[in-house]
Design a protein around this ligand. Structure first.
Ligand SMILES: Nc1ncnc2c1ncn2[C@@H]1O[C@H](COP(=O)(O)OP(=O)(O)OP(=O)(O)O)[C@@H](O)[C@H]1O
Length: 557
């Protein structure tokens, strides 16, 4: 058998782009994208993507391997560009619409973007960002994406090369899209959220995107022709790869710009939504929406991006959502670990089910391996649910590396072939892992590791607490102590006192984990992807000075 080698018939580069051609044949007349009163079929989406791809490659002269940026909310053009940009041979670079002009400018410059698609609501942001590019930096050509929403300033129109719809109208529907020469060719460049440090430019290849897209469908058990509500921003890690996945299963993509609880419930009813995704903040939003009736038909919701507290999972499921909990990071594009559900767990009480579901779980089918290792020795930690270590991953979904930052790439991917995630977790005896913290967020109090995630989960169960974040406060005696930042629910009848929060935590947590200080805030600071900015809270806690000196009793420990 040693003569049998890969051959041209079995070596076509893997790419998720081919899903679209197939969808146009199988689901040609079925809805692909729905947005307000606009609706396309899969055959129309296929044609529109080919036209835009031809305009990018031929009319605008973008070459293979050049970067094309998009600054847009979840509108139809954003969906189409996930196909059209790489079909032109270019690399898709989605930029978060909630960033400031300076950061956008840094990203446009760093990526050497040649073309930027700009949503009408982000025009000032991007034009400001372009004006901040250093002298002699090539300026990306700006193309305006508009829809029927009003308030497009005509004068601003003049500052764009053309509109997105011009590219659709003038493009060639017979364009032969540019297939990757190798499956290792880059397909996307995604900047990380910047929760712990400055955003890094993560590059993924066609092969990785193909693997994650199919794996994510299988892992979640997505059937053919789901109705998918786009509450997860596509600019964040390519919406965990579901733009491509929805083409593979001929789903209906319900697009929307902005949402709140009532909008989501309205769209679920209007379009008979079956699936959606979002960070735990979205689950919290759903479960705190006033006057909602439980859903008539269950909606599957994939959550991840931050630890979902068990009480939030419980409240969301009691409204009729079926929550699937996944874990991933920009460096692996989508979900690589998920809390694979066992039928026998359905017999457990609801709170116990929520506790099990808040664990991140096991590797997905196509992820080669995950482990939790001692960061010093690289050895696996004990499977006892207690020994802390760093989560490491290997598999086809791991990034090619950070753009123009080989040092950071080498720090993250070691010579033994593991991606170090910077997340600290434990492995339970049943083989399910659980995140305890990001390595930078662990609180070390009197030599004990305190998981901020565990303390937060206890606080989320308090009836008056809306959001909770726990960070280290310096302490003369203990080194650090947990400091809780809380925002309260709007409808809370009475604001709890600091002492009541301490007392509540003492009943739920070992004493060394009980916060030693509590700060109430109207709202907790968030990153543009909805994660609580712990580094901002850490600064506040630091400025508060030592908790022992501030008179916090040592006996509380
Ligand atoms: N299910 C989950 N439970 C707990 N934490 C999660 C989960 N999913 C993702 N995360 C957290 O989100 C991180 C990945 O986030 P992302 O790649 O968006 O950027 P970021 O890490 O927030 O930004 P930066 O790397 O720039 O600080 C993971 O490393 C992990 O800490």
């Amino acid at each position: 058998m040693e003569n049998l080698k890969p051959n041209p018939a079995n070596s076509s580069p893997l790419t998720p782009l081919g899903f679209l051609e197939r969808a146009a044949i199988v689901y040609g007349d079925c809805p692909s994208v729905v947005y307000n009163d606009t609706s396309y079929t899969w055959s129309e989406t296929h044609q529109r993507c080919l036209r835009v791809a031809s305009s990018i490659a031929v009319s605008l002269g973008i070459k293979s391997g050049q970067v094309v940026s998009v600054v847009a909310a979840n509108v139809p053009a954003m969906y189409e560009l996930h196909f059209a940009v790489p079909m032109a041979g270019a690399i898709l670079n989605n930029i978060n619409t909630r960033l400031d002009a300076h950061t956008v400018s840094v990203m446009l410059g760093h990526s050497e973007s040649k073309l930027v698609f700009v949503d009408q609501l982000s025009q000032n942001l991007v034009l400001d960002a372009i004006s901040m590019l250093p002298l002699n930096t090539p300026i990306p050509l700006p193309v305006l994406i508009t829809d029927s929403a009003p308030d497009v300033d005509d004068q601003l129109h003049d500052r764009f090369l053309c509109s997105y719809e011009d590219l659709v109208t003038n493009g060639d529907p017979g364009f032969r899209w540019v297939r990757p020469k190798s499956e290792w060719d880059p397909i996307v460049l995604n900047y990380t959220s910047g929760t712990t440090s400055s955003p890094k430019g993560v590059v993924h290849c066609h092969r990785g995107a193909f693997i994650v897209a199919l794996d994510s469908l299988i892992d979640w058990g997505v059937p053919k022709q789901p109705v998918y509500l786009w509450t997860l921003p596509m600019f964040h890690s390519n919406g965990w790869s579901y733009p491509w996945g929805m083409a593979a299963v001929g789903g209906t993509n319900v697009c929307l710009r902005k949402f709140d609880g009532p909008t989501i419930f309205h769209l679920i009813r209007r379009h008979s939504v079956t699936h959606m995704g979002g960070a735990p903040v979205v689950l919290n939003m759903l479960s705190n929406t006033p006057d909602v009736e439980p859903l008539k038909n269950p909606v599957h919701i994939m959550t991840g991006g931050a630890p979902p507290p068990a009480p939030v999972l419980h409240r969301t499921e009691s409204l009729g959502f079926i929550v699937c909990h996944g874990y991933g990071l920009t460096e692996v594009m989508g979900v690589v670990v998920s809390c694979a559900w066992k039928h026998e767990w359905n017999r457990l009480p609801a709170t116990e089910r929520a506790r099990l579901k808040s664990r991140q779980g096991v590797r997905t089918t196509a992820t080669a391996e995950i482990d939790i290792v001692d960061p010093n020795t690289g050895m696996s930690v004990k499977r006892d649910g207690m020994s802390l270590g760093e989560i490491v991953v290997r598999g086809g979904c791991v990034m090619l590396g950070y753009l123009k930052d080989s040092e950071a790439t080498e720090r993250c991917i070691n010579s033994k072939g593991w991606l170090y995630t910077g997340d600290v977790g434990v492995m339970h005896s049943d083989g399910y892992m659980e995140i305890k913290d990001r390595s930078k967020d662990v609180i070390i109090s009197g030599g004990e590791n305190v998981s901020s995630v565990e303390v937060e989960s206890a606080l989320y169960a308090h009836p008056a607490v809306h959001e909770a974040a726990v960070v280290a406060r310096p302490d003369e005696f203990w080194g650090e102590t947990p400091c809780a930042f809380l925002s309260l629910k709007n409808g809370a009848t009475r604001k709890p006192t600091e002492e009541e929060i301490f007392e509540y935590c003492r009943r739920k947590l070992p004493h060394y984990m009980v916060p030693k200080s509590v700060v109430f805030k109207e709202e907790l600071p968030k990153t543009s992807t909805g994660k609580i900015q712990k580094f901002v809270l850490k600064e506040i806690a630091k400025a508060m000075g030592s908790s022992t000196l501030a008179g916090v009793s040592r006996s509380r420990m």
